[in-house]
Design a protein around this ligand. Structure first.
Ligand SMILES: [Zn+2]
Length: 487
C-alpha cells in the first residue's frame, strides 16, 4: 500500500505553491522580453492593437478569427492557441475605459509566441489547454475612453437582454465554446483599498455568485479554489495589495451568468498602485496572474487548495483618497478649529480621448483619520484658507501667463477671470481661469467644490493647492493643470 502511494506521488507530484513562485519569479525577471512595447499607456485604440492581433496569426500555433463587429463596425477578434482538452476563455475591456488587461493579453500573446527557456511550460499548456482570447470587447467605448458602448449601454448589464452587438457576440461565443474556465477582465477604481488598510487594491478577484443566496456550486467552488492559489502566488509580488470584489449577485452581468451556466468564472479587476497612473506595473501583475492561472489549471494544482484562503481575502473598501492633508487650522465666523482635507482628482478626457486632464474635488473635511492618501501631508500648526478670485479681469491668456503667481498666492488668490473666449478646458498654468467672476461663495470648505487652497505658517505662505495639486511655495514647480471654468 505504501509502495502504491509512493508510486502515485512519483507519477502525480504535488505542485506546491513554492514551485509556482520560483516559476513566476523567473518569468517576472524575463517580463521585459515579452511586454508589448508599442502599447505603453492606457488610451490606445482599436487601430493600435488591430495590427498586433493580426500579426499573431499562424505564429506558434496561434489562429486569429474575426468573429464580429462593434456597433461602429470595428472588428472583434477571437484568438485561439493550444490544442488541449481544457478550454479557457478570456475577454477584456467590455468597459471601454478599462484597458489594463488588454495590454496584459498582448504581453501574453508575445509570451506564447516566444521560443526560449520556457518552451517546456508552453508545451504543457499547449497539450493541456486551449486558450481563447477576446481582447477589447468594446472597441467603440475604447475609442471614446468611456465605460459604455456607443448606445450608452453598459455591456456588463446586457447579458440577459443582449441589445448591444458586443454583448450579444460575447454571449454567442461563450455558448459556442462551452469553456471550462472564464476570465472576465476589468479595471476598478484606483481608490479601492484592501479592507480598511492603507493599501490600494491593485488587483481584486471574485468568483461571481450564481444567485442572491451566494450559493457555492461545484463550479463556483473550483473558481474559488483557483483564486485561492493565484492569491497566494501573486501576493508575493504585491503583498497586501489584493482584495476581493463585492460578491453581490448581479443577474444582468456576464460573470454571474457564465458561472451559473457552468463555466468556472473568475473576475479580475485592476485597481491602483502608487505612481502607476498608466498602470504599467499593474499590467505586469495581470500578466503574472494569468500565467499563474494557466499553470494551476494545466497542472490541476488548484484542486488541492483550501477555499478558506479565498474567504479570508479582505473585500474592497473605499478608504483611499488621492490627497490628504492633516491637522490644518481653519478660522470661520469667529471659530477656529482643526480639519483634515481629503481631495480627489478625476480624469477628464480631451484631445479625442487620446489624453486627459484632472478636475479636482474637495471630497471630505473634518476628522479623516480612518482614511489614507496616495499623497499625504501632516501640516500641524499651519492654517488653510480657500483660494479667492481676483476681481480684475484679463483680456488674453498671455496676460495671465505673465502674472506674478507668488504675489497672487500671498494675497490669497488662486483664480483669475479671462474675458477672451478660449476652447480648452484646462491649462498647464498654476491658476484657475473663470469666464466670469463666480457668483457662488467659493471662500469656504464646502465638500464637492474644486480644491484650491492657500496654506500658511505664521502668516507666510508655505503650500499652495491649485485644482487639487499641492506644491511648495518656495519651489513653485507645478506639474498639474489649472482649470478653465466657463459656467
Ligand atoms: Zn468593468
Amino acid at each position: 500500500m505504501l509502495n502504491f502511494i509512493l508510486k502515485l506521488i512519483l507519477i502525480f507530484p504535488m505542485i506546491t505553491s513554492a514551485q509556482d513562485l520560483d516559476f513566476l519569479k523567473s518569468i517576472n525577471q524575463q517580463y521585459e522580453s515579452y511586454s508589448e512595447k508599442s502599447i505603453n499607456h492606457r488610451r490606445f485604440k482599436h487601430s493600435d492593437i488591430k495590427p498586433l492581433i493580426n500579426s499573431t496569426e499562424n505564429k506558434n500555433f496561434f489562429s486569429v478569427n474575426k468573429v464580429g463587429e462593434s456597433a461602429e463596425k470595428r472588428e472583434i477578434y477571437l484568438l485561439t492557441w493550444g490544442n488541449g482538452p481544457v478550454k479557457v476563455f478570456l475577454w477584456s475591456q467590455m468597459h471601454g475605459d478599462e484597458p489594463t488587461a488588454t495590454m496584459a493579453l498582448l504581453d501574453i500573446f508575445n509570451f506564447l509566441k516566444a521560443n526560449d527557456s520556457f518552451n517546456e511550460f508552453r508545451t504543457l499548456l499547449k497539450n493541456k489547454l486551449t486558450l481563447y482570447f477576446m481582447p477589447m470587447v468594446n472597441p467603440d467605448g475604447a475609442e471614446l475612453y468611456q465605460r459604455r458602448n456607443i448606445f450608452e449601454i453598459d455591456i456588463n448589464r446586457d447579458a440577459v437582454r443582449q441589445q448591444t452587438p458586443e454583448g450579444k457576440l460575447l454571449m454567442d461565443i461563450f455558448i459556442n465554446l462551452q469553456a471550462d474556465f472564464g476570465f472576465n477582465l476589468h479595471d476598478q477604481s484606483t481608490r479601492y483599498s484592501v479592507g480598511n488598510s492603507s493599501k490600494p487594491a491593485t488587483l481584486s478577484f471574485l468568483a461571481p455568485t450564481i444567485d442572491y443566496e451566494k450559493s457555492v456550486s461545484s463550479v463556483r467552488e473550483d473558481a474559488i479554489k483557483l483564486i485561492s492559489r493565484i492569491y497566494k502566488n501573486i501576493s508575493h509580488f504585491i503583498p497586501g495589495h489584493i482584495a476581493k470584489y463585492s460578491d453581490e449577485f448581479e443577474p444582468r452581468a456576464y460573470g454571474d451568468n457564465f458561472q451559473k451556466l457552468g463555466t468556472k468564472t473568475i473576475l479580475v479587476e485592476s485597481g491602483g498602485y502608487r505612481d502607476d497612473t498608466e498602470k504599467q506595473f499593474i499590467r505586469r501583475m495581470n500578466f503574472l496572474t494569468l500565467l499563474s492561472a494557466f499553470k494551476n489549471i494545466a497542472e490541476e494544482s488548484y484542486k488541492d487548495e483550501d477555499p478558506a484562503v479565498y474567504d479570508k481575502i479582505p473585500f474592497n473598501e473605499k478608504f483611499i483618497m488621492d490627497l490628504i492633508i492633516r491637522n490644518l487650522k481653519y478660522s470661520s465666523s469667529g471659530h477656529e478649529y482643526t480639519v483634515d482635507l481629503g481631495i480627489n482628482k478625476e480624469e477628464v478626457n480631451c484631445n479625442d480621448a487620446k489624453d486627459f486632464y484632472y478636475e479636482s474635488t474637495l471630497e471630505d473635511v473634518g476628522d479623516l483619520s480612518v482614511f489614507y492618501g496616495y499623497e499625504e501631508y501632516d501640516l500641524k500648526g499651519m492654517t488653510v484658507s480657500p483660494g479667492k478670485t481676483l476681481l480684475q479681469s484679463f483680456n488674453s491668456i498671455s496676460e495671465i501667463e505673465k502674472l506674478d503667481f507668488a504675489d497672487l498666492y500671498e494675497q490669497g488668490y488662486t483664480n483669475v477671470v479671462l474675458k477672451e473666449n478660449i476652447n480648452s478646458d484646462f491649462t498647464k498654468l498654476p491658476i484657475n481661469i473663470f469666464k466670469e467672476f463666480p457668483k457662488d461663495d467659493f471662500y469656504n470648505l464646502k465638500p464637492e467644490s474644486n480644491a484650491n487652497f492657500i496654506i500658511r505658517e505664521n502668516d507666510q505662505v508655505k503650500y499652495v493647492i491649485i485644482n487639487g495639486f499641492i506644491f511648495d511655495f518656495n519651489d513653485l514647480s507645478f506639474k498639474g493643470n489649472g482649470l478653465i471654468i466657463k459656467k
